[in-house]
Design a protein around this ligand. Structure first.
Ligand code: PMV
Length: 324
């Protein structure tokens, strides 16, 4: 069937979609320069309802949860992150005037801008919701639309976020020959993580750009760190598939040392990592772009004590499980 025909068919009154958030267990930043990384979907995510509305404002994104609270449209009286106007403009380019009467209600329990994949989760759920609303079957354009949205948030992303979020499975990931490769990692044991939000981060785009500037000054040192992170990722993949979680935790600690050397850690991140390690977590590190954002600690029992210790230190914290 011609694509235009889908948009002319009778459609659902309302469509719902969901996409999970994610954690990067090893390889953030290094992945941009060709090292292996490991990413996993988690049991927190973003949910979107798509429905039509009679408004002269054009398409509207209404945030009713932790992603954002407020209403964004292309009219001047919006409240909320202005980057979402770029998202609306892109949707009109991609899907045409048919989306002009749509309202997107966005809810979910992912803290935004914390390296837990909120923008990737939002992008995947948004495109999935539009497809469902128009009863359009998933096709090869789906990923392209998601990637274009991710570029609005991230500049030139490695692709790891949307790949793990779309696939909803734990993956190894590597950029290769102008593209990227990903492969499934079968987890022998369930992974439970304590998440602590160490403060707002500067945005992935800025973190990646600032690191590039530092790398220009210290190219060999940075390359050696990326090579080190690549070996940590390979060893971690093996530990995960054997269910050797103590080893995974130790490798997370090593990865955090490298991330600190790359100057993407902060005193708050280091503090949360040391609280977690002192209280018996198997390992702890930042996840995502750093410079703030979330710390993840690998749990091995002792959950409520660890959760309380993060909360007592004054950080927004919760326990999450890997779901694929
Ligand atoms: O968007 P974040 O905060 O999860 O960071 C993504 C990981 C980076 O390696 C820093 C960037 C990228 O595109 O891979």
């Amino acid at each position: 069937m011609n694509l235009a025909d889908y948009y002319n068919k009778p459609r659902a009154d309302i469509a719902f979609s969901y996409a999970p958030g994610k954690v990067i267990l090893v390889g953030e930043h290094a992945v941009v320069y060709g090292s292996q990384a490991i990413a996993m979907p988690i049991d927190s995510g973003i949910r979107i309802a798509v429905l039509s509305h009679a408004s002269s404002k054009g398409p509207v994104i209404r945030g009713v949860g932790s992603f954002f609270m407020g209403e964004i449209s292309l009219s001047s009286d919006s409240s909320g992150p202005t980057i979402l106007k770029e998202v609306l403009n892109y949707l009109i380019v991609a899907f045409g005037s048919k989306i002009k009467n749509l309202l997107f209600i966005v809810d979910g329990n992912l803290p935004p801008g914390s390296g837990l994949g909120s923008s990737g989760s939002f992008s995947v759920a948004l495109v999935k919701g539009i497809y469902r609303y128009f009863s359009r079957p998933l096709d090869k354009m789906f990923e392209e639309y998601v990637l274009e949205l991710e570029k609005i948030f991230h500049g030139s992303p490695s692709g790891i976020d949307h790949t793990v979020i779309m696939g909803e499975k734990s993956i190894g990931f590597k950029k290769e020959g102008g593209g990227c490769v990903s492969w499934p990692i079968a987890l022998k044991k369930p992974i439970k993580l304590l998440v602590g939000v160490a403060g707002p981060h500067l945005g992935t785009k800025n973190a990646v750009a600032n690191l590039l500037e530092r790398k220009k000054r210290h190219g060999i040192a940075y390359q050696n760190i990326f090579n080190g992170l690549d070996s940590v990722a390979k060893e971690m993949e093996e530990s995960l598939s054997k269910g050797y979680l103590a080893g995974v935790g130790e490798l997370m600690n090593i990865a955090q040392g490298y991330l600190n050397a790359l100057s993407v850690s902060t005193p708050q991140i280091e503090k949360l990592c040391s609280i977690a390690r002192d209280r018996g977590a198997l390992g702890a590190k930042l996840t995502g772009a750093g410079g703030g954002g979330a710390v993840i600690a690998l749990l091995d029992g002792n959950e409520s004590e660890l959760l309380n210790s993060f909360k007592a230190a004054g950080y927004q914290s919760f326990i999450t499980e890997v779901v694929g």
